[in-house]
Design a binder for this molecule. Structure first.
Ligand SMILES: Nc1nc2c(c(=O)[nH]1)N[C@H]1C(S)=C(S)[C@@H](COP(=O)(O)O)O[C@H]1N2
Ligand SMILES: [Mo]
Length: 187
């Protein structure tokens, strides 16, 4: 067995950070920010900006891979780790999937085990500055091992589910899982 190449198949490296979304870019001031979690968890949360900032903060450097074939190496993120977030909300044993819900109406789904990993972060900063409005600030989860459409911009709500619930692009022909190294791009 060979190791996975750093650049997944069919991807091209870019230094730029393109912007892709449904066309609306919600403008959420930190004082209006709320992050809620519900579903199959022991501790549903409703965090304002101060609550989010009061959680332990981590820095992570990750690569990102967009299904439109660009990849960008070495993005520095700061925020709350998925591991910490899960230690607070405490998923019940039945919880197997989660869905991100965003302010622009976007949703995307993933297995809990993909979120429950050391390289996953709820990011408020990118390369030393707040995640910009265009890139999904104030807070955006980053799941580096899946195509970037799984990394919802402008996240406001996370639901934990027993059964999978395909999101916006997943019901419109994108692959349900989205592993870049398996080129799980479409259907
Ligand atoms: N809320 C929200 N998140 C989203 C999207 C969106 O339209 N709305 N688009 C997804 C898609 S298809 C991609 S490729 C990435 C693009 O992220 P970027 O604009 O920061 O490059 O965001 C993902 N997250
Ligand atoms: Mo995309």
């Amino acid at each position: 067995m060979t190791d996975k190449p750093r650049l997944p198949p069919g991807q091209n490296l870019t230094q730029k950070f393109p912007i892709l979304d449904l066309g609306q870019q919600p403008d959420i001031a930190p004082e209006d920010f709320r992050l809620t979690a519900s579903g199959l968890i022991e501790n549903p949360i409703d965090w304002g900006w101060d609550d989010f900032q009061a959680q332990p903060q981590v820095h992570l450097t990750t690569d990102i891979h967009c299904v439109t074939t660009w990849s960008r190496f070495d993005n520095d993120w700061a925020g709350v780790s998925a591991k910490h977030f899960l230690s607070v909300v405490r998923p019940k044993p039945e919880a197997k999937f989660l869905v991100f819900h965003s302010h622009d109406g976007y949703t995307t789904n993933l297995p809990l085990e993909a979120f429950d990993d050391d390289d996953v972060i709820l990011a408020h900063s990118w390369n030393g500055a707040p995640v910009s409005r265009e890139h999904g600030g104030p807070v955006r989860p980053i799941i580096p091992k899946l195509y970037l459409w799984k990394s919802a911009k402008w996240v406001k709500h996370i639901t934990f589910l027993e059964k999978d619930e395909p999101g916006y692009w997943e019901v419109r022909g994108y692959h349900n899982n989205g592993d870049p190294w398996k080129e799980e791009r479409f259907g």
